[in-house]
Write a protein of this length. Sequence first.
Length: 599
Amino acid sequence: MPDPLSLLRHVFGYRSFRPGQEPLVTALLEGRDALGVMPTGAGKSLCYQIPALAREGVTLVVSPLISLMKDQVDALRESGVAAEALHSALPEGEWPRILRRLRTESPCLLYVAPERLETPFFLQVLESLWVNLFVVDEAHCVSQWGHDFRPSYLRIPEALARLSHRPPLGAFTATATPEVREDIVLRLGLRDPLVLSTGFDRPNLSFRVERPRDKKAFLRDFLGPRGSRSGIVYCATRKAVEEVCAFLRDRGVGAVRYHAGLEDEEREANQEAFVRDRAPVMVATNAFGMGIDKSDVRFVVHYNMPLSLDGYYQEAGRAGRDGERSECLLLYAPGDVATARFLVGQAEGEEARRQGFRKLQAMVDYCHTPRCLRGTLLRYFGDRDVPERCGNCGSCDDGTELRDATLETKMVLSCVYRMGERAGGRRFSPALLTKVLKGGLDREVRSLGFQELSTWGLLRDMPREGIRDLVDTLAAEGYLALSDDDRPVATFTPRAWTFLKGQDRVLLPRRVPRSRAEGFWTPREEAAEDLFETLRALRRRIAEEQGVPPYVVFPDSTLRALCRLRPSTPEEFLEVPGVGESKLRRYGDRFLQLLSESP
């Protein structure tokens, strides 16, 4: 059996395993099932690709989208590995060729969509192959509590049972709460698995939530200094995609659009333009991205608030897959919450809606928390020992001053208490609470007699949006709890009672709305940046010649290493991270020549 470390070095061009990779590789090679939960960019694919190459036979990889399968196969072939993908977009006559290769060439990786496991013909073919490893990529799709549930994933245990022998089963995902992890183990039928989570932290990503008065103008200013760098702008609706994409195009930004309402041909053409660096910005709904393995996305902007932190972290995590510094920006507006509540309310089944509203509230809390954004995300996914400050998010690095909000907090909590007292214990929505604190006198307030409360109008001098923001911030900080339904009501928490009975102070950040996207981008050293752009241009030419995306040739991290190390011989070139023997043979001479000619 080939040595895993030797395969890592000679095939993939890396000198050592990253955290978590070696135990997962070892478990699968020893025939043990495994569940790997590793952040995007941490090298999940290598955890099964190396065991696949170390054993004779076929490794079957269940993957959710055609584009993801194609990217993986292209990358493996570039590294000299036998790999195939079986999907509905294959040209006629390709399946017999693939079948012949699977039966004659070993080892070989075969990528299939989960729906393929529902096809009797494919299951018959599967029975005739020697499958040495069964892999489930994006394994969170098997869980109904995950954010991309795919019913066809539930057929995986049945397909596994059809094999002449049961190979080890490896499941991998980037985002899974403890609840989803348990669901994955149960639904896939993992046997005594090694369950390994390396944590969810992505130190190269900076997170920020902004509340601009004009989102479009803010986005325009944000994109300005980023030039030709690749990025994704996510919008909640098709209409927003159309408006934002048109706005950016009118201002000279090379943007393309993607949503389910477009013709297949345009979606595919736009995706191809983005993946191959012909269009730097993709404006899309969440229909775009799960199958995109583009490693050099430098920023992800959420133009609207997503429905859950699960979905947000999955989408934001498409930035910086190569480990280079990248940005995750969320543009929040109160109206986003109403849109999100409507979308969650469309889910089928009371339990699904309840779970959806619970996850949505965690998302709203994230948008309002004064605490470290990275820490908030990591705690949500179950990470422990999270530092109070990361120094690389909007809550930690913008120098926001804390203000004493003790008095306003007492006013809000007292009003919640008085409203419930007058209405016989009933609880009311944050919207009505805001109205009472502002001193509103509409029919609803009068019918309940709230204008007679001592707390009515206590915050009449504060803008309505400011009051609602304060209420949401107190919910994010644990002073209030909002119910998990389409019309949430506010209730006290133990922390609220402790506060009202004690003398604790409440310190909240002083929010200064920004009209421009300043303070995000720090240019690199000019000379190094010039060489990097020159290397990018060569990479793009080679990619066009080979018919693959540029990042399949080399990721940005390898180009940065070339700028830093400046190899001058094939031996030195092979020492660059991400350069294996196959890529040295294919591209070494051209890159070495360019480096020798560069100042």
